[in-house]
Design a protein around this ligand. Structure first.
Ligand SMILES: NC(=O)c1ccc[n+]([C@@H]2O[C@H](COP(=O)([O-])OP(=O)(O)OC[C@H]3O[C@@H](n4cnc5c(N)ncnc54)[C@H](OP(=O)(O)O)[C@@H]3O)[C@@H](O)[C@H]2O)c1
Length: 391
């Protein structure tokens, strides 16, 4: 079977039993990150099995310290879980055997029932790192899983943007951009390639494809900045080439973790791939976000959004007219295609799987002020918040 046939079959057969039973032992990659970290924090509160987290060593902080720092004080309180505290295992997905020591390799291959793979390069510009982390990393993960005694299921966190350069529609899980040129960047291309490597392996797997995930309610400026860094920069401009009617599909991280847990605990799943998204009805329009930013930053004149078709060379010269604006525009250009795609990600598979138990998606503007409050003061203090507001 080639990759297309595998995708067309949908491979239901391997996903129709409970994946995360109450005392399953789980290996989580990417647990220092946004989604993996929040997932492990939930496991601490409600899972009995062992939780192993693959964590990269960093200068000045060993994996245990890094994991403890990410999980914070919410480590189960006085009531230890049956499975004990999550255990950090030093490793790196780009290395063979994920870089595990012999002891840790033995631990994982003997005892793990589920692997949740959240580790990823998310940069839109580090192309080689995308390929190495996302594609070669998937191959290394598959090699490891093949050597595991308990034949663990792989739950792979991919991205809804594997639809590539799709525009103006409600994207289905089957809408993937197989043409290598039909991607805006190496990140989405490598995420699709990783899915294809996983499917071709024939291993039992569940692929989860979130839309844009925001760190709502988390007190971390780093996680807020990771996605929202470009919003304060819009203050440099009177106008930008963004379609005010374009929809953006954004979800808070708690919604993603809830959906992942529900899918992994479902008795039976009809599909092996699910969008975890706001969907058409709950997605915001860029114009609504711009109006919110006008109020939040108390702009003296509203930010004008011009559909890209109206952004002529003359308009570009008029609105991107200083060295500072040219520099900032250069950094924004990687994001603009995503804002203008005007796609939402159909979540009816997820709704059906959760049997009506999917909570409503919170409007972005409910939690955006809290996230901007985390990242704006540092820019103000450094004098790098572009000023179009009443300051
Ligand atoms: N955030 C979003 O909006 C979003 C949307 C759709 C899909 N996703 C997908 O969700 C998954 C998790 O994303 P996230 O937002 O949680 O990302 P994140 O916060 O950037 O976390 C990425 C994680 O991957 C780890 N990692 C990176 N390279 C690694 C390597 N070579 N070996 C081991 N670990 C490595 C990082 O470890 P360090 O701490 O050592 O760097 C970190 O724990 C990714 O697959 C991403 O594609 C995210």
């Amino acid at each position: 079977m080639d990759e297309r046939q595998i995708e067309a079959h949908g491979r239901r057969d391997r996903t129709d039993t409970l994946m995360l039973h109450a005392d399953a032992n789980i290996l989580v990659t990417g647990a220092t990150g946004l989604i993996g970290g929040e997932f492990v924090r939930r496991l601490i509160r409600e899972h009995a099995g062992k939780v192993y987290c693959l964590v990269r060593p960093r200068a000045g902080a060993d994996p245990g310290q890094r994991l403890a720092g990410r999980l914070g004080s919410d480590s189960g309180g006085d009531e230890p879980r049956a499975g004990g505290r999550p255990t950090a295992l030093a490793g790196d997905v780009t290395a063979e055997r994920l870089g595990l020591s012999d002891d840790d390799f033995g631990l994982v291959t003997e005892s793990v029932d589920v692997v949740l793979h959240c580790a990823s390069e998310l940069s839109f510009i580090r192309e080689e790192s995308c390929r190495r982390t996302n594609i070669a990393g998937m191959r290394n993960l598959i090699d490891l899983v093949r050597r595991c005694r308990r034949s663990p299921r792989i739950v792979h966190v991919s991205t809804a943007t594997v639809c590539g350069t799709a525009v103006n529609r409600d994207v289905l899980e089957s809408d993937v951009a197989r043409d290598v040129d039909a991607h805006h960047n190496e990140y989405t291309r490598s995420k699709l390639a990783a899915e294809q490597v996983l499917r071709a392996s024939g291993l039992p797997a569940l692929v989860i494809r979130p839309s844009i995930v925001l760190s709502a309610e988390l007190p971390s400026a780093d996680f807020a900045r990771a996605i929202l860094w470009f919003l304060p920069l819009l203050n440099a401009f009177d106008a930008v080439p963004v379609d005010p009617d374009a929809r953006v599909d954004v979800v808070p991280v708690a919604f993603v973790v809830n959906a992942m847990l529900a899918l992994m605990r479902a008795e039976r799943l009809e599909h092996d791939c699910y969008h975890v998204s706001a969907g058409r009805s709950a997605a915001m329009r860029c114009g609504q976000v711009a109006a919110f930013l006008d109020r939040y930053y108390r702009r003296t004149s509203p930010l004008r959004l011009l559909p890209p078709a109206q952004w002529t060379a003359a308009k570009h010269r008029r609105y991107v007219d200083t060295p500072e604006r040219r520099r900032i525009f250069g950094t924004l250009r990687h994001y603009l295609p995503f804002l203008n795609m005007n796609v939402t990600y159909d979540n009816s598979r997820l709704r059906t799987a959760l049997n009506g138990a999917l909570p409503p998606v919170r409007p972005v503007t409910d939690y955006l002020p809290g996230l901007l409050d985390l990242i704006t003061p540092a820019l103000q203090a450094a004098g790098t918040l572009p000023c179009r507001q009443a300051c």
